[in-house]
Design a protein around this ligand. Sequence first.
Ligand code: PLP
Length: 402
Amino acid sequence: MELKKVISKCAETRDSFYLYDEKGILESVENLKSNFPETEFLYSIKCNPDPRVLRCVFCEGFGADAASAGEVRLAHEAGLPSEKIFYSAPGKSDNDIEETITSSVIIADSIDEIGRVQAAAEKRGMIINIGIRIDPDFTFDSDKGRPSKFGIDEEQAIEFAQNCHYSNIKITGIHVHLKSQELSADVLASYYKKMFRLAEKFEKICGGLEYVNMGSGIGVNYAENEEPLNISSLASDFRSEFERFRSSYQDTKVMIETGRYAVCRSGYYVTKVMDRKVSRGKTYVLLKNTLNAFMRPSLAELVRHYSGESSPAGTEPLFTSEDAFQFLTLKEGVPEETVTLAGNLCTAADVFAADIRMPKLERGDIVIVTNAGSYAAALSPMQFSSQEKPEELFLTKDGKLQ
Ligand SMILES: *Cc1c(COP(=O)(O)O)cnc(C)c1O
């Protein structure tokens, strides 16, 4: 496999690094685009803000789901215009609003925040189009809403929009994001259906919407034995709801967000064996930069350790499942042994995998951790212990290493 050669080559001069494979990213992105031709996609920058990854997805026509003023800046630096950058996050500061009011589409997360955007727009003598994030009166698996720190309760949003007298803002879109990592096409399809009903309500109240942003939910098969989400079946259910909606509302863009689906499986974390030892009968393989460089496998180990349940529920994006990562080596033809993959940090918590079967590893051997394209480098405490940060490498579709 080509990728293996690239990894070996990169490892000649590095003890740990990330590798993002553009071909893989493009395949995932194309898969979404071809199945949902009616839809605009937004890439959720927080899952992997690497500038080369951003350029790759934005060049494919994706807009940005930015979760901070910093991510709005990153989206601009990667070439997106303001109208394709949607800034949605709870608890925005006045500075966040000042900085992004003309450089993004602000999605207001509370009624108080709408007032603050109004004030900032009035100060500038402008009329600003905003979206509002809604906590709807339904969830993925129920027809009742739940309390949430995100967005404005549907009931409150309706009342507000019906009586809004602010003259410097106009509500032109709605945004909902309730859940990540759903693998059931039926559950997602029923969510989209409820979203179209919600959109219809706001079309009427707001006198037309420019967009409905359905958020994410599209899951990735992390464990190798997991059934992948059936995108084409999801898309066909989506299309019938979409067409119904489209017959009444021709001008409203329908948007779906995704972070992990675009990049998760196209990222690899590669580290090397620094040492090995046998302690009272237990074999430890010590790797370079573990918990500090890729936190999620260590968190999965902690969950395994503390949870009495056989398959504890995911807490995205920190924990997906106990078997969400594979640990691969390039070693062939050596006998297997049971080892604990631990790290070089001065904490006992940096265990990547306890008591797993691996081909016998020696100092200098490579260990590859899969599913490292999303919530990996971006979600790890790299300042811990003043270790050197692993480089992030990007393999272009033409096979060039950047
Ligand atoms: C994190 C986040 C996403 C991305 O979720 P994925 O599961 O990575 O696709 C999308 N939308 C919002 C609002 C988010 O906070």
